[in-house]
Design a protein around this ligand. Structure first.
Ligand code: PMP
Length: 407
């Protein structure tokens, strides 16, 4: 039983008003709200267990270290990695991709070698590769898509060459909602001997993910999009692949021994974790993963699927509605434009009705160029959203539409 009203009581912010209206929070693609359980865990650790991890012999440091390392185990279990050595804590998706781009390109690629990405990538999965292109002369190849927002699998197959060294693609598009067939795309890449990085920023909060079943070589996500705190995220990598990569940053914890002549590096995963980690953030993230696991990721997925189908049906009733992204497999992200109303005007007026949506290019300007638009309005759902909130969105859009009709 999915008791939505009970679940909503775990998220105090959902009770607040904005401009005197009840908050309708539909910007979960950007960040999610935090349940009491997560916030209280973070507060509890600051009040009771705060001490720097890994380096202390004293009681508090050991307890903080245990919490931090058991959070790594929680993440391992959540995505079904083989070992905690494969779980590297980072600041988020963006840092995870930058870490991988820098270390992979430095050690595994030469000028002229190619990375395949797709038309629908977030800037965080474009720009890190472009930085490497500038520094090392690697080349980006881009999988095209059709008008519905499906990546063209035949074209993908044709992009492989002996110079292809990595594929890096989003599991779920943060604009179109498309759920890419990553398992098949990974198998296709493996047939060419090429490893795959999956950007899971928009999938981890919404569906069960099993990195072994997908056979993903690398998988990255952010804590704050899965009901956890900001500033903490994950890079999963197969151990043998992570082992081949050099450290990313230098500093505390990533070393085994330092002398001025020669420094040796720590084992996985610490090799990639220079400096004091966000050990409070990792405890908060683990609590968030426990929270969604207790509800059941498959249950959350089914609930959000029904909500999204309902929202699509209702939104399509609005005259002059254009929805971007009609892939058969889609998540709870809906991008749209209504008539000639600018996305920014729509977002601003909805905000006045208490409805929080995102407007603009959603950090996917190349995708906007492909769609021939500058931006969209985007509603994105989380596990606590309701049909009543969808109704409020639809009524709000219709009200704005009528205002523009009459002006
Ligand atoms: N990739 C995708 C698909 C995203 O939606 C986002 C966040 N909008 C990111 C990467 C970047 O995530 P973060 O800002 O948490 O690093």
């Amino acid at each position: 039983m999915y008791d939505i009203q009970q679940i909503r009581t775990d998220f105090p912010i959902l009770n607040r008003t904005v401009y005197g209206k009840p908050l309708v929070y539909l910007d979960n693609g950007a960040t999610t709200q935090k349940p009491r359980q997560v916030v209280e865990t973070i507060m509890g650790e600051y009040y009771n267990t705060n001490a720097n991890v890994h380096r202390g012999v004293h009681f508090l440091s050991q307890q903080a270290t245990e919490l931090h390392e058991s959070s790594r185990e929680t993440v391992r279990r959540f995505i079904n990695a083989r070992s905690t050595n494969e779980i590297v804590f980072t600041r988020g998706t963006t840092e995870s991709i930058n870490l991988l781009a820098a270390t992979f390109c430095q050690s595994q690629m030469q000028a002229g070698d190619e990375v395949i990405i797709s038309t629908m990538e977030h800037h965080s999965n474009i720009v890190p590769w472009q930085l490497q292109a500038m520094q090392r002369g690697i080349v980006l190849r881009v999988i095209p898509m059709d008008d519905e927002g499906n990546l063209l699998q035949d074209e993908y197959e044709h992009l492989f060459s002996p110079k292809t060294k990595l594929v890096s693609i989003a599991h779920v598009s943060n604009v179109l909602g498309t759920v890419n067939p990553v398992r098949e795309m990974i198998a296709a890449a493996h047939a060419h001997g090429v490893p795959v990085l999956v950007d899971g920023a928009q999938s981890i909060p919404h569906m069960p993910v099993d990195v072994q079943a997908l056979d993903a070589d690398f998988y990255v996500f952010s804590g704050h999009k899965v009901y956890g705190p900001t500033g903490v995220g994950v890079l999963y990598g197969k151990e043998d692949l992570l082992d081949k990569l050099p450290p990313y940053q230098g500093g505390g914890e990533m070393i085994q021994h330092v002398s001025f002549e020669r420094t040796t590096f720590n084992e996985l995963p610490f090799k990639f974790e220079a400096g004091t980690p966000d050990y409070i953030g990792t405890t908060g993230l683990a609590k968030a993963l426990d929270y969604v696991s207790a509800l059941g990721m498959d249950v959350i997925a089914a609930y959000e699927h029904e909500l999204t189908q309902y929202a699509l049906r209702r939104l399509e009733e609005i005259p002059d509605m254009r929805i971007f992204g009609q892939a058969p497999e889609r998540g709870g992200v809906i991008s749209f434009l209504v008539g000639r109303i600018h996305h920014f005007d729509m977002g601003t007026l909805l905000d006045r009705l208490g409805i929080a949506v995102r407007t603009g290019h959603h950090c996917a300007q190349p995708l906007m160029a492909r769609l021939g638009i500058e931006g969209t309005v985007r509603a994105s759902f989380g596990l606590y959203n309701t049909k009543e909130e969808v109704d409020a969105l639809v009524a709000g859009i219709d009200r704005v539409r009528r205002m523009f009709l009459n002006s």
